[in-house]
Design a binder for this molecule. Structure first.
Ligand SMILES: Nc1ncnc2c1ncn2[C@@H]1O[C@H](COP(=O)(O)OP(=O)(O)OP(=O)(O)O)[C@@H](O)[C@H]1O
Ligand SMILES: [Mg+2]
Length: 232
């Protein structure tokens, strides 16, 4: 199958400190790919490199067969990349509708953005006039995902979807992730905890100290996961 995204030997640093030490990754079109690893392994940095927010010191980022090193985040967004960052990037003092209006401004009619958001997340429709800061954590993640989907992404990058959420909420969000993927969107999702994401992931990789230590089908990774998290 064709890869929508490839990372080839990516190195990256903050100041002089090297944090990615040769990351190789291939995300097949239409798949859910889980990128796992402990605190500080370099997962968020990897997503930031893909989204054009952090320049690698060497290596190639290839999207749909084309090297996109040095491309602006906005240009990458136009080509279908959408990053939903750690902490979700929503504005506490704006309502749900105001978020959707902002999303619409970039490319689609508001009615279409509303349909994308509210068909997928009916809870958001009930809360359309509520300040985002007073939404529950799960609802905030729904809003962040709705806003991302409004860009009609080809590749959705999700950083710790599950952060701070109850297990049942995480499970229902991952059902939505699986649905989105079944409609043809490729999804690269970062998590520290593997359990729930591995139920929907087609592939997974484990990052250790700025490198991919192992990649495979979820079932093949169990040994590697305990090594990554418990240092065995
Ligand atoms: N802006 C920054 N300036 C300097 N160092 C940074 C910066 N962002 C991250 N780092 C360092 O880079 C390393 C990798 O961080 P990164 O955020 O990519 O890890 P992560 O796998 O996402 O971790 P977590 O699971 O805790 O979110 C860490 O050692 C971190 O301290
Ligand atoms: Mg992180």
């Amino acid at each position: 199958m064709e890869n929508l995204l490839e990372l080839r030997d990516i190195h990256a640093a903050y100041d002089q400190i090297q944090v990615l030490n040769g990351v190789d990754l291939a995300v097949p079109a239409g798949s859910v790919f889980a990128l796992l690893g402990a605190n500080g392994a370099g997962k968020t940095t990897t997503l930031r490199v893909i989204a054009g927010l952090h320049q690698p010191t060497s290596g190639e980022v290839v999207v749909a067969g084309r090297c996109v090193n040095g491309a602006h985040p906005e240009e990458l967004a136009r080509r279908g990349l959408c990053l939903i960052p750690e902490g979700r990037g929503i504005f506490p003092n704006l309502t749900v509708m105001e978020h959707l209006r902002m999303a619409a401004r970039s490319r689609l009619p508001l009615a279409e953005v509303e349909a994308i958001a509210f068909d997928r997340f009916p809870r958001l429709a009930e809360r359309r006039h509520q300040m985002a800061g007073t939404l529950s954590g799960g609802e905030q993640q729904m809003l962040a995902m709705a806003r991302g989907l409004a860009t009609k992404p080809a590749l959705l990058l999700l950083d710790e979807l599950s952060m701070g959420l109850a297990p049942l909420v995480v499970e229902s969000l991952y059902e939505v992730v699986a649905q989105i993927a079944s409609e043809g969107v490729s999804i690269l999702v970062v998590e520290q905890i593997a359990q729930t994401v591995l139920k929907v992931a087609d592939y997974a990789a484990v990052m250790v100290h700025g490198k991919v230590a192992k990649v495979g089908r979820p079932a093949d990774l169990e040994g590697e996961l305990s090594a990554a998290y418990f240092g065995t």
